[in-house]
Design a protein. Structure first.
Length: 108
């Protein structure tokens, strides 16, 4: 059960990626089903984040949550929407991942 808050945080980050993808697909919030998808996935993300911060320090949890969201959303943009896969961009995403791993391992 010790890993449950980290699993909740990982799932919260994944829900954030889904939420931002729904925003992209909502066409400026004009497509109702994607707007509903955004509200549902962002609500799930915030709920899971609230579960995680019951145990994980808030600064660490927030940084990990936003890191997962940033890297995941950038990867989704590259994969699904043809966004740039420039080496410098990928290197920067790897730096974010390194920071998230560092926060996880130093959280105690």
């Amino acid at each position: 059960m010790d890993q449950f808050p980290w699993i909740a945080l990982l799932c919260a980050g994944c829900c954030e990626v889904l939420a931002t993808t729904c925003i992209k697909l909502s066409d400026g919030m004009r497509r109702a089903r994607w707007l509903v998808g955004f509200v549902a996935t962002m609500s799930g993300s915030l709920y899971l984040l609230s579960v995680a911060v019951g145990t994980i320090p808030i600064g660490t949890a927030y940084a990990v949550w936003t890191g997962i969201g940033a890297v995941g959303t950038a990867a989704a943009g590259m994969w699904a929407f043809g966004e740039s896969k420039a080496p410098a961009r990928i290197a920067c995403l790897l730096l974010i991942i390194a920071g998230v791993v560092g926060l996880k391992t130093s959280a105690g």
